[in-house]
Design a protein around this ligand. Structure first.
Ligand SMILES: [Zn+2]
Length: 127
């Protein structure tokens, strides 16, 4: 989903409030503003379980990258920062609601995954 700059007619990505072509500040609808904010937010799920997140977010290219040792760390960081934007851009989501639902789910799974690992670790430490 893109919008068009009202000043120079250049295409502007959904998460930008400023036109990359002429620097014109776009007036976003409240709904668009909320979306832009969400897209610029960190993908917590990608931080906690990168591979699963990239699959769930439909950024399959990054799934392959994240499997490579060392490079995977960079992929992790990039996906935490840009993951939501990439997912929205390349994931082929039909509508905004299903995209947000999936992002929330992936974040929740990521957190659950870490909690589970923590519990397993404690279990073996204490027994
Ligand atoms: Zn412009």
């Amino acid at each position: 989903m893109r919008s068009t700059c009202t000043n120079c007619k250049a295409e502007v990505e959904a998460w930008n409030e400023q036109c990359g072509g002429c620097g014109f500040t776009l007036v976003l609808e409240p709904d668009e503003k909320r979306r832009a904010k969400f897209l610029r937010g960190p993908a917590l799920g990608a931080l906690l379980f990168t591979q699963g997140w990239t699959l769930g977010a439909r950024v399959y290219f990054w799934f392959l990258i994240s499997l490579i040792p060392v490079v995977g760390i960079a992929a992790l960081l990039l996906n935490v920062i840009f993951g939501r934007r990439w997912s929205w851009k390349y994931g082929g989501w039909g509508d905004w609601e299903s995209f947000v639902k999936r992002m929330r789910l992936m974040d929740a799974i990521g957190v659950g995954w870490i909690v589970l690992l923590g519990c397993v670790y404690l279990y073996f430490r204490l027994h």
